[in-house]
Design a protein around this ligand. Structure first.
Ligand code: PHE
Length: 477
């Protein structure tokens, strides 16, 4: 293992690693999931539950993944192979999920690019004032135009390839070192505009007003816990092999505990900031019944918001969609790196020379096939056949488009299942000492051991049930 480590690529700097890890964490999940779930499920009360989960579960699993990666010096499959014979198979989940998520994540990234171009053309030609296209009009026009969506999806994939092909420090780190600070500044600009709009206060109330009503019943409490837990996992890029992979390129001198804390804090901060950027504006200018979550929030409500800002609107539109593109790209490259590292590890194991460029193209070819399908499907707008569409009569209907179908398998089942088995593997088979040796700190040792053995598995079971309930619309909670 020692020889392997010395030949393995490494992050160029501590800052670079942190930016890359934060870049992976900060993504579409922060921008369209967090603010809405917070608003709907108790405001400040939800935030409290989210923070507790982030400390007791997210932070613990983050430490575990980075440590597992660095200790074994391998990506997801290699790390599980090296760590445990009994749980070897869990690694496979960590290859399947990123592949499935990439298939739709890239399409969403492409949508952001299309909207950025829309705002560019509005700025250049004043298209808005002439055609008076509403957010709904432009969204419908976009998703029912498969050719355009496929072309932009290919473009977004190409951007990913260009970054990942550059390697860990020469591509991923370089992109994030510039991209993350830029994203932060752009976010501040949008927040400045959003919270000073007339009527923005209503949005702030929606997000932050403490509401304990969801907590009044056990069912309500579990539903908040599951929503917060699922959101936290996705948002922190956990149980996807991303942090194991990034950890495998981490130098022995870095303090894993500190880094984990910084990543968790920054991801939560950006989620809150994204809420401040989007929700007050949506309340002030989104109009009656404006959608507050998901693709509709981003591509219908926000586009209407920019339209109502007058001539300056497209400028804010360009900045906004630009920052979402950076957020999406920095996450999708981490998902791609999971797969590329897996192939590099495999080649090394077989004693073959590892060709990063070739693997990057190969990986992108595979997931692009799925991405083209998702782009073509246009969130179900183009009548494509979808597996199991509305056919599970017994347990309710669960998916009406390719995006939902893929998300349901990856985020709904594979992700919580992977995290559950990981905490059982570390807590009960390998014992917490396995990770503690690597993170080398005694101050949190007891806290870590307790959480990884008891809190994490318990929380993961609840999250798994909650996700299955939500994705399959079972109505349990
Ligand atoms: N954390 C990313 C987001 O919030 C998504 C992601 C999940 C990225 C898992 C990598 C791994 O959008």
């Amino acid at each position: 293992m020692q020889e392997n480590r010395s030949s393995r690529a490494q992050w160029g700097s501590k800052f670079g690693f942190l930016m890359a890890a934060i870049g992976s964490a900060v993504g579409l999940g922060n921008i369209w999931g967090f603010p809405y779930k917070m608003g709907q499920k108790g405001g400040f009360a939800f935030l409290l539950v989210y923070l507790l989960l982030a400390i007791f579960v997210g932070f613990i699993i983050m430490n575990s993944e980075l440590a597992l990666g660095r200790k074994t010096g391998k990506g997801i499959i290699g790390a599980y192979n090296a760590a445990s014979r009994r749980f070897k198979w869990v690694g496979i989940l960590g290859v399947i999920s990123p592949l499935l998520i990439l298939m739709f994540y890239c399409v969403l990234g492409a949508y952001c690019m299309q909207y950025m171009f829309l705002n560019f053309s509005e700025l250049a030609m004043g298209v808005y004032s002439k055609s008076a296209m509403t957010g709904v009009d432009s969204f419908t026009a976009m998703i029912t135009n498969p050719f355009g969506c496929i072309i932009f999806t290919l473009l977004f994939v190409l951007l990913n390839v260009l970054v990942v092909r550059g390697g860990v420090s020469g591509g991923i780190e370089k992109f994030n070192k510039v991209g993350m600070p830029a994203l932060f500044v752009m976010l501040l600009v949008i927040i400045g505009r959003s919270v000073t709009l007339d009527g923005a206060v209503e949005g702030l109330k929606f997000m932050f007003a403490p509401n304990f009503a969801p907590f009044s019943t056990f069912k309500g409490f579990v539903s908040v816990l599951a929503a917060a837990g699922g959101q936290m996992f996705f948002s922190l890029s956990l149980a996807m092999g991303a942090m194991i992979t990034y950890g495998s390129y981490l130098s022995k001198d870095e303090k894993i505990t500190k880094s984990s804390l910084v990543i968790v804090v920054c991801d939560t901060l950006v989620a809150l900031m994204a809420g401040l950027a989007v929700i007050p504006a949506a309340f002030a200018l989104g109009g009656e019944g404006a959608a507050m979550s998901g693709p509709k929030l981003l591509f219908i409500t926000m586009q209407d918001v920019f339209a109502r800002m007058g001539v300056i609107g497209p400028v804010f539109g360009i900045i906004f969609y630009g920052l979402v593109i950076i957020a999406a790209l920095s996450s999708s490259i981490s998902l791609m790196e999971v797969l590329v590292t897996f192939l590099i590890d495999r080649a090394e194991l077989k004693g073959k020379p590892a060709n990063r460029s070739k693997y990057t193209w190969l990986v992108s070819l595979v997931f692009t096939l799925g991405a083209v399908l998702v782009a073509w499907d246009g969130l179900g707008a183009n009548g494509l056949w979808v597996p199991f569409q509305n056919s599970l009569g017994v347990i309710g209907e669960f998916n009406d488009c390719w995006l939902d179908f893929l998300d349901c398998i990856a985020e709904g089942v594979a992700m919580p299942l992977g995290a559950l088995f990981m905490s059982i593997m570390i807590g009960w088979e390998l014992k917490p000492q396995y990770v503690l040796e690597e993170i080398g700190q005694t101050r949190i040792s007891r806290f870590y051991s307790f959480c990884i053995r008891f809190v994490c598995p318990a929380a993961m079971v609840l999250v798994l049930l909650g996700q299955i309930d939500q994705f399959f619309k079972l109505g349990l909670f």
